[in-house]
Design a protein around this ligand. Structure first.
Ligand code: ZN
Length: 85
C-alpha cells in the first residue's frame, strides 16, 4: 500500500507510474529544475524547482554596491563640476 503513494496516472500513456526524476540547470544564481518524467513514454508530467537564488543575488549586490556607489558619486561630482562652471 505504501508503495502506491508516489504513483500518479500518466496523462501520456494512462498507466499508474512512479515518476522518474531528471535534474537539470542550477548554478550559483539559480536552482536546479526537477522534471518528473514517465518511465514508459517519457513525457514530462510536471516540473518543480528552478528560479533565482535571491539570497545569492542580494549578497552579490551587497558586495558590488560600494563600487556602484563610488561610480554614481564620481558621476554626480563630475556633473556638478560641469554645472558650477
Ligand atoms: Zn506515460
Amino acid at each position: 500500500m505504501s508503495g502506491d503513494d508516489n504513483r500518479i496516472a500518466c496523462r501520456g500513456c494512462g498507466r499508474n507510474i512512479v515518476p522518474r526524476l531528471w535534474h537539470y540547470g542550477g548554478g550559483r544564481l539559480s536552482y536546479a529544475t526537477t522534471q518528473h518524467l514517465c518511465p514508459f513514454c517519457g513525457i514530462v508530467l510536471y516540473e518543480t524547482g528552478g528560479g533565482v537564488r535571491w539570497g545569492c543575488v542580494i549578497i552579490l549586490l551587497l558586495f558590488s554596491s560600494p563600487f556602484i556607489v563610488l561610480f554614481v558619486f564620481t558621476l554626480v561630482r563630475e556633473m556638478t563640476k560641469e554645472f558650477s562652471r
